[in-house]
Design a protein around this ligand. Structure first.
Ligand SMILES: Cc1cc2nc3c(=O)[nH]c(=O)nc-3n(C[C@H](O)[C@H](O)[C@H](O)COP(=O)(O)OP(=O)(O)OC[C@H]3O[C@@H](n4cnc5c(N)ncnc54)[C@H](O)[C@@H]3O)c2cc1C
Length: 387
């Protein structure tokens, strides 16, 4: 049995039941279709909207649930991650990552224009930071917005954008001025249908096939002033302020996903026999499972504490960085061992653990790579680059 968790209250557990029922009734029956089409269909988004999952933290006057407690986001992430990291990341981009920008940085007119559709699933969103030449070094992004009349002309491209193939609104970072260290970057709400905004192919990823990760192109896109999000030239600061929540969403997903692989494997090792006995009864495997179970519990305790602090507005970016990198390493270790325990079947796509393994690899790379997380933690220890 896992360590008893104390993070959640009755309301969160009731919410979990409703997410679980959505997952079982609405998502799982379509998972093969989503994976084959590289897309979560719009009906599924709308169903999530109807159930209030997309409006977490959004004020009721704009169609949201008015619930501003990150523990509900955590529950949503945990339940979605159990059936595929792509679900948690696609919906998580909307609820954990884009929502704070649209709630905290927008004008009244923007709120009225975007938030009701955002909550209902009629407006699917994405965040466009990464470019072919600027990933970890986000301040080096080259997509440029040049002043033109009552707005801006945007040129450039983005890559690896989750929901990119389907998004109606992309919060896009573009350079509006010069200056080092990310000064002169502004966020724009670029809408589907704006002339000159196009999408490349949906990228063929190793895993998370349900998520439509895509390239985006901006060719002389005229973006009116009403689509500037937050402060002019303040985009880099805005992105940095919101990264802790992205990293916590990632950490919560990582450990829940690893736990689901462990659960699947626990069943498998009891059902599968070798040398006349269940493979889980060999001492080596029993010790291995004991090791994995311990890693999961210890990591979960840290993540729960970070989640609680984040829900109280007290989590530091450094602690979020620790949660992100550590949980993704544990996820990788646990799931790799789970594949091993499945033997050759673990390498077959018809076994869930094979998908879990494919889904998990990227979590050490995205949301700020683990090397960048260690840079953040190292700097906090006073060990910055002297140059
Ligand atoms: C499936 C998927 C979905 C994604 N979704 C989104 C999205 O929705 N929106 C978005 O904007 N981006 C998204 N990304 C992009 C993701 O955030 C980047 O891939 C990530 O930040 C790494 O950037 P990069 O790929 O350019 O690698 P690079 O920055 O080129 O890094 C290459 C390697 O060098 C290492 N490295 C770089 N700098 C340092 C350093 N200073 N010290 C030590 N090592 C270093 C990195 O850790 C990495 O191992 C997604 C990526 C993937 C794969």
């Amino acid at each position: 049995m896992p360590l008893k968790r104390t993070l959640f209250e009755d309301d969160h557990e009731l919410f979990r039941e409703s997410v679980r029922s959505f997952v079982v009734k609405e998502v799982l029956p379509k998972r093969d279709q989503h994976r084959a089409k590289r897309l979560i269909d719009r009906d599924t988004w709308r169903k999530a909207g109807e159930l209030g999952f997309l409006g977490l933290g959004v004020p009721a006057q704009y169609g949201g649930t008015d619930i501003d407690d990150f523990r509900f986001n955590a529950v949503l992430n945990e339940e979605l991650a159990r059936i595929g990291v792509g679900y948690a990341s696609s919906i998580g981009i909307q609820v954990d990552i884009v929502a704070p920008y649209l709630i905290r940085l927008t004008t009244e007119e923007q709120k009225q224009r975007w938030l009701p559709g955002f909550c209902s699933g009629d407006i699917v969103t994405a965040i466009g930071m990464t470019e072919p030449e600027a990933g970890s070094d986000l301040a080096g992004l080259k997509t440029a917005a040049v002043r033109n009349g009552d707005g801006w002309i945007v040129n450039g491209s983005k890559t690896f954008i989750t929901n990119g193939g389907n998004a109606d609104l992309v919060v896009t970072a573009a350079r509006t001025g010069g200056g080092p260290k990310g000064r002169g970057i502004t966020l724009f709400g670029i809408e589907a249908g704006m002339e000159g905004f196009s999408r490349g192919r949906v990228l063929e990823k190793v895993g998370q096939h349900e998520a439509d990760t895509a390239e985006l192109f901006f060719n002389n896109v005229h973006v009116p002033d009403e689509c500037v999000i937050g402060e002019l030239d303040g985009g880099f600061k805005h992105m940095m302020e919101h990264l802790a929540q992205e990293r916590m969403g990632s950490a919560i997903t990582n450990i829940s996903h690893a736990r689901s692989a462990f659960d699947v494997t626990m069943q498998y090792v009891q059902d599968r026999n070798a040398f006349g006995r269940p493979i889980g009864t060999f001492q080596h495997n029993r010790f291995l499972l004991a090791d994995l179970s311990t890693r999961l519990d210890v990591t979960q305790a840290y993540i729960d504490q970070c989640t609680l602090q984040h829900s109280q507005g007290e989590l530091s970016p450094v602690d979020a960085a620790k949660a992100k990198w550590w949980s993704s390493e544990i996820q990788g270790q646990v799931i790799d061992a789970c594949v091993q325990l499945h033997g050759g079947y673990g390498y077959m796509e018809e076994y869930e653990v094979a998908h879990q393994w494919m889904d998990a690899r990227v979590t050490r790379i995205w949301a700020g790579s683990n090397e960048i997380m260690k840079e953040i933690i190292g700097r906090d220890l006073g060990l910055g680059d002297p140059r």
